[in-house]
Design a binder for this molecule. Structure first.
Ligand code: G3P
Length: 220
């Protein structure tokens, strides 16, 4: 399973990259708006931090032709290559756009997925990644982990090349349980990322080792 950061905040991205070999960054209009800067400023800043790691940028157009134009525009304006994924919400026009954008040579992440069939149909339309929203499903008394498990099963059963990019996590337990489904990738907030990497027992163990080492580690 590979790990991406679900944030448009460059301080957070730099912090994660410093300590972990992050595979890339996913953004959406809400995360970008949170930074209080226009796309033309924030995307180049993110690219400065991540180099040629994956970047997923969401389109906001309604119809398929406009989504294609938008994806092409981002590729051109930001000088993006194979690391660019156009994130396309799975509206009716979105499904149409997935094929168009993919055929134009741009990678596609189908997003805002809440059911196994939305994911399967996006995968069949040509999406490289499908992104189910785990915590948002849990919040409506649905079962985010089970939806991810069903998507992983369907994709494997039909031998599709699409990868599952589980998104929308609020705690480490959701990520742990998603990892047991065979999900290919997750995208996590800075907060959840840090929580996954640490454990109080690890800190306690390291403190004890440091104390015990003080007098005997004499090789300098
Ligand atoms: O990438 C989609 C994800 O950002 C949604 O997460 O936390 O807004 O439910 P959240």
């Amino acid at each position: 399973m590979i790990y991406l950061a679900d944030t448009a905040n460059c301080d957070q991205i730099r912090d994660l990259i410093k300590y972990y070999p992050l595979e890339g960054v996913t953004t959406n209009p809400s995360l970008l708006a949170h930074e209080g800067k226009p796309l033309s400023k924030i995307i180049p800043e993110i690219l400065d931090c991540i180099g040629d790691k994956m970047i997923h940028i969401q389109t906001i157009s309604e119809n398929a032709e406009d989504i294609l134009k938008e994806a092409k525009l981002y590729r051109e304006v930001f000088g993006l290559k194979g690391n660019f994924y156009a994130k396309i919400p799975v509206t009716r026009e979105g499904y149409r756009a997935i094929s168009l954008v993919k055929d134009s040579g741009i990678n596609v992440t189908a997003t805002a997925i809440f059911t196994q069939q939305q994911a399967m149909m996006a995968a069949n339309a040509g999406a490289d990644f499908v992104a189910p929203y785990v915590n948002r499903l849990d919040n409506i008394v649905s079962h985010g982990i089970e939806v991810v498990a069903d998507i992983v099963k369907g994709i494997k059963m039909y031998g599709l090349p699409t990868r599952v990019l589980a998104a929308s996590f609020k705690n480490v337990d959701q990520v742990y349980r998603v990892s047991l489904t065979g999900c290919h990738s997750v995208t996590l907030s800075h907060e959840v990322f840090l929580a996954l990497m640490s454990h109080p027992m690890t800190d306690r163990g390291v403190q004890d080792f440091e104390k015990d080492a003080t007098d005997i580690y004499d090789i300098k």
